[in-house]
Design a protein around this ligand. Structure first.
Ligand SMILES: C[S@@+](CC[C@H](N)C(=O)[O-])C[C@H]1O[C@@H](n2cnc3c(N)ncnc32)[C@H](O)[C@@H]1O
Length: 200
C-alpha cells in the first residue's frame, strides 16, 4: 500500500538522506514568484513530505498553508520541525476529495509515481481544488530523468505531456527542464511547469 511504503521511507531515513532532498526549494519558489502568487493566497503542497517550502512561504507572509501527504510519518516529522501553523491533510491524492479551493497547487516529485489512471484522477482533483485564476506548479522527472525512485517505477513527462495533463483551461507561463543533484551527487532531470487556470 502506498502509505506503508512511504511511512517506511520516512521512518528509516533522515530527511537529508533521501534522493529528493534539497536545501532550498529554489525552483519552486522561483516559479511561484513568476506566477505572482501573493501572501494572501492559499497554498496546497501535494505530497509535501518533509519539504521546507511551506515554512519558507510562511516566512514570506503566507498564512493559509496546507500540506497533504499519504505518509503520516512525513507529516509528523514536518509538523515537529515547523514553526508555522500549517494545516495537515493525511490523504492519497488519487482518492482525496477537496473540501475547499486553493490559490496554488504545488507538487514536486509526486505525480511521476502515479500510473496513467491515477494521473487522470490527480488531474481531476487538481481541477476540483483550483478556482479560475488559480496557479499550479508541478515538477516531475523528465524523459532524461530516472525510471524509478525510492524503489518505485515512475512515469516521466515532457513539457507537452504536462501541458496535456493540465488541459486547455490552463495557460502555461513557464516550462523549464532543471537538473536536481541528489545528496549522493546523482543528477536527476526534472520537467517543471507553471501555469494559471483561465478565468473564462
Ligand atoms: C519524492 S517525495 C517528494 C516530497 C516533497 N514534495 C519534496 O519535494 O521534498 C514524494 C512524496 O509524495 C508522497 N506521496 C506519494 N504518493 C502519494 C499519493 N498518492 N498521495 C499523496 N502523497 C503521496 C510521499 O509520501 C512523499 O512524501
Amino acid at each position: 500500500m502506498t502509505s506503508e511504503h512511504w511511512n517506511q521511507v520516512y521512518d528509516t531515513r533522515e530527511p537529508e538522506e533521501v534522493s529528493w532532498f534539497e536545501v532550498e526549494p529554489t525552483v519552486s519558489l522561483e516559479l511561484i514568484d513568476v506566477l505572482g502568487v501573493a501572501p494572501e493566497d492559499s497554498v496546497l503542497d501535494v505530497g509535501a513530505g518533509t519539504s521546507t517550502l511551506l515554512e519558507q512561504l510562511g516566512a514570506r507572509g503566507h498564512r493559509d498553508l496546507t500540506r497533504l501527504d499519504v505518509s503520516a510519518s512525513a507529516l509528523t516529522e514536518a509538523r515537529a520541525r515547523s514553526g508555522w501553523a500549517i494545516h495537515d491533510i493525511e490523504a492519497d491524492v488519487t482518492t482525496w476529495v477537496p473540501a475547499r479551493r486553493y490559490d496554488l497547487w504545488h507538487d514536486r516529485a509526486v505525480l511521476h509515481f502515479l500510473g496513467p489512471r491515477d494521473a487522470l484522477r490527480y488531474a481531476a482533483t487538481l481541477r476540483q481544488a483550483l478556482a479560475p485564476g488559480a496557479a499550479v506548479v508541478i515538477g516531475v522527472f523528465s524523459p532524461e530523468g530516472p525510471t524509478s525512485c525510492s524503489g518505485l517505477e515512475v512515469t516521466r513527462y515532457d513539457a507537452a505531456q504536462l501541458r496535456g495533463l493540465l488541459g486547455e483551461d490552463f495557460e502555461v507561463v513557464v516550462e523549464r527542464r532543471v537538473v536536481h543533484v541528489t545528496p549522493r551527487q546523482v543528477e536527476q532531470s526534472f520537467e517543471w511547469i507553471a501555469a494559471r487556470r483561465r478565468r473564462a
